[in-house]
Design a protein around this ligand. Structure first.
Ligand code: PRX
Length: 635
């Protein structure tokens, strides 16, 4: 698809076109894809309801665009390279023809097991090729996939299955991740005790561990595959039919199911991938994210395959068996575009330069960063040691809700500035608002980051609760999509993301709502009340600090801490573990009972010089008590 921007001048003219005539601009991009039936109208929108529709009455199937369309020209080209956790195990490669066949077969397995268009299918799997195949197989038959990261607990998985009333669960026997071995199927069995909607579980064999297979419910994928043909026509989908649900955390209550639809998501995933990474035909592209997050959806699977690219999937972690693993894989497969998270870069930076300097990394052309602001030190390390000062770094700002990259460099076509995401992609109209909701039009300013015009892959709703979508994203500032982030715009008009301005904590690039963690902590019967905040952490970006009021004096504080951590692990997963737990006699509250998180955040940061006026608090003394103890804990 030839919509690649190759210079700043071209970017400027495309951007201008996209703002002057958004519908004409996006229609021109959409025409490069394969539609079973063309749309009648490009866009209808109303941010107040919200109601956004792109490519109205267009019919398509995204897998025809990811697979079938390439068979003639790229049938023998590599579509997918899979690199296992253990470097001694053989890697796996699928050509476009092979991947197409696998997807069609898996799609027939889904049908054979009762799946139909519109059904929700939960996918809880390790990073194995069958995960990508499973996702595409759902899309092939028009079932809505809901991938749940296989590090979430049984409780978290059950919540997500129930919220979507998933009919099938696709999983594996177990998984390897670094030195860890996780009994995935056992987690699913545990979760399903709480779920009534699931009729079938399809199990991929990865570890060959003995697992419980429930008669009438659980089947092995390899058995099922022997029963099906490789012929599976792609289901015609309306552009606005749901493609997938992906759960993400917000500042209130339980995670919400962000919904993306077929047409707009496809158009934007392909367009943004090609431009940001400047993908060319013989490149080998590697995104190290997990398919369980939006980055994996859009930039391991859909974006690359829509462009006929060779995409790599990695089962392991950056530090196993050594902190040189990423770089060894880059050299081994001749990776040209490498896309990872700042937390991984910081962890590898801390392990020492020797691990990276022993690899040539000659093939690399573009480096990417995603998930959180990248600090200047990590940026420079990445630029010098990995990019050898010749590869541009694209710092890509976006969200689960945006479906694709929104503000970012465009390969080497745009200027880069450390810690700055840069300019909006064509079609994206960001604005900074002040606290009263007025647009700040000057440069060299700071404000709440909002988007004022729809783009094709904007979320359409939150599954089963449209009002929540309206309240969270479209009610803060009338007529705008509110991102939840604060940002600066510098004198050159480049954006620098500051971070969340709501009660969302970004730990190693993963989002958690404070309320969600507090709910998990409060399940412990000894806890009376808790308040959780984020604080800066050298590797994780942010870590979780929990202030907890107990009902009674504990016998043993350390044991109780472990118990509370277990509650969090059980309800959410290990990734949401608090780093520091402080037992407190009370919390700083206003007279109306609202917890002053700002004060707790400052204490957690170790910055108590300017706590503001605490005299109006319900119990001003408590601040001093908390501060003293916090110093000891952090020390
Ligand atoms: O705060 C921003 C941060 O991650 C949030 C979105 O998280 P999630 O939906 O999990 O998606 C992560 C991967 C797209 C944003 O609201 N964020 C993401 N990318 C960046 C970022 N912050 C700064 N710079 C980035 N490049």
């Amino acid at each position: 698809m030839d919509f690649m921007i190759e210079s700043m001048a071209q970017y400027r003219s495309e951007y201008e076109k996209s703002v002057k005539d958004p519908e004409g601009f996006w229609a021109g991009i959409a025409e490069k894809y394969q539609w079973q039936q063309k749309w009648d109208k490009v866009l209808e929108w109303d941010f107040e309801k919200p109601d956004v529709k792109w490519f109205i009455n267009g019919k398509l199937n995204i897998t025809e665009n990811c697979l079938d369309r390439h068979l003639k020209q790229r049938g023998n080209k590599l579509a997918l390279i899979w690199e296992p956790n253990d470097p001694k195990e053989r890697f796996v490669r699928y050509t476009y023809r092979e991947l197409h066949e696998q997807v069609c077969k898996y799609a027939n397995v889904l049908k054979r097991n009762g799946a139909q268009k519109g059904d929700r299918i939960a996918i809880y799997m390790p990073m194995v090729p069958e995960l990508t195949v499973a996702v595409l197989a759902c899309a092939r038959i028009g079932a809505i996939h809901s991938v749940v990261f296989a590090g979430f607990s049984a409780g978290a998985l059950a919540d997500r299955i129930n919220d979507a009333s998933a009919k099938l669960v696709l999983t594996s026997d177990g998984l390897y991740r670094g030195t860890k071995e996780i009994p995935v199927k056992r987690v699913v069995d545990e979760a399903l005790k709480e779920c009534t909607s699931v009729e079938r579980v399809i199990v991929t064999e990865r570890t060959q561990w003995a697992v419980n297979m429930e008669e009438g419910r659980d089947v092995w994928l390899h058995d099922e595959l022997t029963e099906v043909s490789a012929d599976c026509p792609a289901e015609p989908m309306d552009a606005e039919d749901m493609l997938f649900i992906l759960y993400t955390s917000g500042s209130t209550g339980k995670p919400k199911g962000v919904v993306h639809t077929c047409g707009g998501y496809m158009v934007y995933a392909g367009y943004s991938f090609k431009n940001v990474f400047q993908y060319r035909e013989s490149d080998v592209y590697w995104c190290t994210a997990d398919v369980g997050w939006i980055t994996g959806h859009t930039y391991i699977i859909y974006g690359p395959l829509l462009n006929g690219a060779t995409t790599m999937m990695f089962e392991g972690v950056p530090t196993y068996p050594s902190p040189g693993r990423f770089w060894q894989v880059c050299d081994k497969h001749g990776v040209t575009q490498f896309y990872t998270a700042p937390t991984a870069i910081r962890a590898l930076m801390a392990a020492g330069d020797d691990h990276v300097l022993s690899y040539s990394l000659d093939s690399l052309k573009v480096l990417g960063s995603v998930g959180e602001p990248i600090n200047e030190e990590a940026w420079s390390w990445y630029h010098i040691n990995v990019g050898k000062e010749k590869s541009p770094i694209v710092d890509t700002w976006w969200q689960t809700e945006t479906g694709g990259i929104m503000i970012s460099g465009i390969g080497s076509a745009s200027p880069m500035k450390p810690a700055h995401a840069g300019y909006p992609l064509p079609g994206i109209q960001p604005v900074l608002l002040d606290a009263d909701g007025n647009e700040i039009t000057e440069h060299d300013v700071e404000g709440y980051l909002c988007i004022k015009y729809p783009w094709p892959s904007i979320l359409r709703t939150t599954y089963g609760d449209h009002e929540r979508c309206r309240v969270v994203y479209f009610s803060h500032y009338k007529g705008y999509y509110f991102t939840g982030d604060g940002a600066k715009r510098d004198k050159d008009g480049m954006y620098r993301i500051i971070g969340r301005v709501d009660d969302v904590i970004n730990v190693s690039g993963h989002r958690f709502g404070t309320a969600e963690i507090e709910d998990a902590i409060n399940t412990n019967k000894k806890v009376a009340e808790s308040a959780v905040v984020g604080y800066p952490h050298e590797i994780k970006g942010q870590a979780i600090y929990a202030y907890i009021i107990l009902k009674d004096e504990p016998d043993n504080e350390d044991n109780l801490r472990s118990e509370i951590i277990n509650s969090v692990v059980e309800h959410i997963g290990k990734i949401a573990k608090p780093e520091i737990i402080q037992f407190v006699p009370g919390l700083p509250k206003t007279r109306s009972g609202k917890i002053m998180r700002r004060i707790l955040r400052k204490i957690a940061e170790g910055d108590t010089s300017n706590l503001g006026d605490t005299s109006t608090l319900l119990d001003p003394e408590v601040v001093e008590v908390i501060t003293e103890r916090a110093k000891q804990l952090k020390g």
